[in-house]
Ligand binder design. Structure first.
Ligand SMILES: [Zn+2]
Length: 452
C-alpha cells in the first residue's frame, strides 16, 4: 500500500490580483511559484516520497506511509502561510493500493481535494473598520507598514511580503516594466493595454482519456500541458516587447501587453502551441496521445491603462467563459472596453435581436478577420470608412445593409475586394453562421482597426 497526496493552491487569482500595482501582482505571483517549487522539492528531501507532477500551484506525489503523506501536506500548508501570510493551499490524501488502480486512487484524491476546497471559508479581514487603517494596495487587511516604493503608501503585511519578493525579482530582470503605465506608454492607441487570459478546455476529461489509467502517462501529459503553455507564452511574448505574464498555472496563463501587440501574440501563441504538441507527440511510446491536443480558449480585454486591473480580470473571465461555449475548438472572445461599458460588457450584446457582433470567434476565423484587417491597412483603406462600419452595424437591418453597400461603392476597388471577402465582412452585411444564427462582422472589424 502507498498513499497519494496532493497540495493545491486556493483561489490563485484572488490572491495575485488583490493589489492593483503591477509590481505587487508580480511579487505575489512569484511568491506562489516559489511556494510551489519548495513544496515539490520537499517530496523527496526528507519525506521519502516520489513526485508525480508539480506545477501551477499543485504538487501530486506518492508516499510509503499515510503518516508521511500527512506530514508532507502539513508542511506545505505551513509553507504557504509562512511565505505569504494569506495564500492558502488545500490538501488531500488517498490510498494507492497498486499501480493498476492509479486512476481510481486519483479520482478519490481529487474528490477529497474538491471537498476540502468547499469546506474552506474565506474568513477575510473586512476592511473599513474605524479602528484600523486598511492597506492602500489591496484594501483587504490592516495596514502594518510603509511601502518602500515612491509615495510610501501604507500597506499590509501580505503586501509587504509581495514587495520583498518583487525586489528579489527585480535584481533578476532589470529591464522589466515597473508599472502598467510603463507598458501603456509604449502602446498605441495611446495608453491602451491588452490583457489576455488563456486556458485549456475540459482538461480533466482529456487527461482521463489519454493516460489510460497509468501513473507514468499522467506525469507525461500533465507536464506536457504545463510546458506547452509556458513554451507558447514565451514564444509569443518575444513578439510582444514589454509583455508580462502576470500568472501562469498548470493549464492557464494571464498576460498583459501594449495593445498593438495582442493580435500578433495570439497568432504566435497558437503556432508555438501546435509546434510544441507535435514535437512531443512525435517522441512516440508513452508520449503518444494518439489524439488531437485539447482545445484552448482566450478572453481578451483591450482597455485604457487607467482601468483597474481587477476589472480587466473580471471581464477577461467573462469573455473566457463565453469563448468556451464554442466547444472542442480553439476559440476567442474579446472586447474593446470603454468607460460606459463597465459592468455590462456581455449584457450589451444581448440587447439586439439580430447580433451586431460575431463574437465569440473560432480562433481560425478570428485570425482570418485580423489578417484581412492587416490587408485593408496595407492597401490604404481610409480609417474613417472602416470605422464607419461600427455605426452601420447598429442601424436597423435594412438601413444597415443599404449603408454598407453605399460604403462599399465609395471604397477603392482593392479595399472593396477585401471587404467583400467572407473572412472580412462579406458580400452583404448579414451573414449566417454554421449554427444558422445571423450576425455581422462589420462592427468587430471596425473595433480592431486601431489595434493592427
Ligand atoms: Zn495589502
Amino acid at each position: 500500500m502507498q498513499y497519494l497526496a496532493i497540495t493545491d493552491a486556493d483561489a490563485i487569482h484572488s490572491y495575485v490580483f488583490a493589489p492593483h500595482e503591477l509590481r505587487l501582482i508580480r511579487g505575489g505571483s512569484s511568491l506562489l511559484d516559489a511556494c510551489n517549487d519548495q513544496a515539490a522539492a520537499l517530496v523527496s528531501s526528507g519525506m521519502s516520497g516520489c513526485k508525480i507532477f508539480d506545477g501551477g500551484g499543485q504538487v501530486l506525489a506518492k508516499f510509503p506511509t499515510g503518516a508521511q503523506a500527512e506530514e508532507f501536506c502539513r508542511t506545505v500548508r505551513d509553507l504557504y502561510r509562512e511565505k505569504t501570510q494569506v495564500a492558502t493551499v488545500s490538501t488531500a490524501i488517498a490510498e494507492y493500493p497498486s499501480p493498476e488502480r492509479f486512476q481510481e486512487s486519483l479520482d478519490d484524491l481529487l474528490f477529497m481535494l474538491e471537498r476540502a476546497k468547499q469546506r474552506r471559508t474565506s474568513g477575510h479581514f473586512n476592511g473599513g473598520s474605524p479602528y484600523f487603517a486598511s492597506c492602500q494596495s489591496c484594501g483587504l487587511y490592516p495596514a502594518s507598514g510603509a511601502s518602500v516604493a515612491p509615495g510610501h503608501k501604507i500597506i499590509c503585511r501580505p503586501c509587504c511580503l509581495r514587495e520583498e519578493q518583487t525586489r528579489k525579482l527585480r535584481q533578476a530582470a532589470e529591464n522589466e516594466p515597473h508599472s502598467f503605465e510603463d507598458i501603456a506608454r509604449q502602446s498605441h492607441p495611446q495608453n491602451y493595454l491588452a490583457l489576455i487570459y488563456l486556458d485549456f478546455d475540459r482538461l480533466g476529461r482529456y487527461l482521463k482519456a489519454v493516460i489510460e489509467g497509468k501513473e507514468s502517462r499522467y506525469t507525461v501529459f500533465s507536464t506536457r500541458v504545463k510546458d506547452s503553455i509556458k513554451h507558447a507564452v514565451t514564444e509569443a511574448g518575444k513578439q510582444a516587447p514589454g509583455s508580462i505574464t502576470l500568472v501562469r498555472g498548470g493549464d492557464d496563463a494571464v498576460v498583459v501587453m501594449a495593445a498593438q501587440h495582442a493580435l500578433k501574440f495570439l497568432r504566435v501563441f497558437r503556432e508555438a502551441m501546435d509546434e510544441f504538441w507535435n514535437r512531443e507527440e512525435a517522441k512516440g511510446g508513452d508520449h503518444h496521445a494518439g489524439r488531437p491536443r485539447p482545445s484552448f480558449s482566450a478572453g481578451m480585454v483591450l482597455a485604457h491603462s487607467h482601468f483597474p486591473i481587477a476589472e480587466f480580470m473580471r471581464i477577461a473571465e467573462d469573455l473566457l467563459r463565453s469563448a468556451k461555449r464554442l466547444q472542442e475548438q480553439d476559440a476567442i472572445d474579446y472586447e474593446v472596453v470603454t468607460n460606459s461599458m463597465i459592468g455590462k460588457v456581455l449584457e450589451q450584446r444581448k440587447r439586439f435581436e439580430r447580433r451586431r457582433t460575431s463574437k465569440p470567434y473560432l480562433w481560425a476565423d478570428f485570425q482570418d478577420l485580423a489578417g484581412e484587417l492587416v490587408q485593408l491597412k496595407k492597401t490604404g483603406a481610409p480609417a474613417s470608412k472602416v470605422k464607419a462600419l461600427y455605426h452601420i452595424a447598429y442601424q436597423s437591418d435594412l438601413q444597415a445593409e443599404l449603408e454598407y453597400l453605399h460604403l462599399l461603392s465609395r471604397l477603392d476597388s482593392r479595399s472593396r475586394e477585401i471587404m467583400r471577402r467572407p473572412q472580412a465582412v462579406g458580400l452583404g452585411l448579414w451573414q449566417a453562421s454554421d449554427t444558422g444564427a445571423v450576425a455581422t462582422r462589420a462592427a468587430d472589424l471596425a473595433e480592431l482597426w486601431e489595434f493592427v
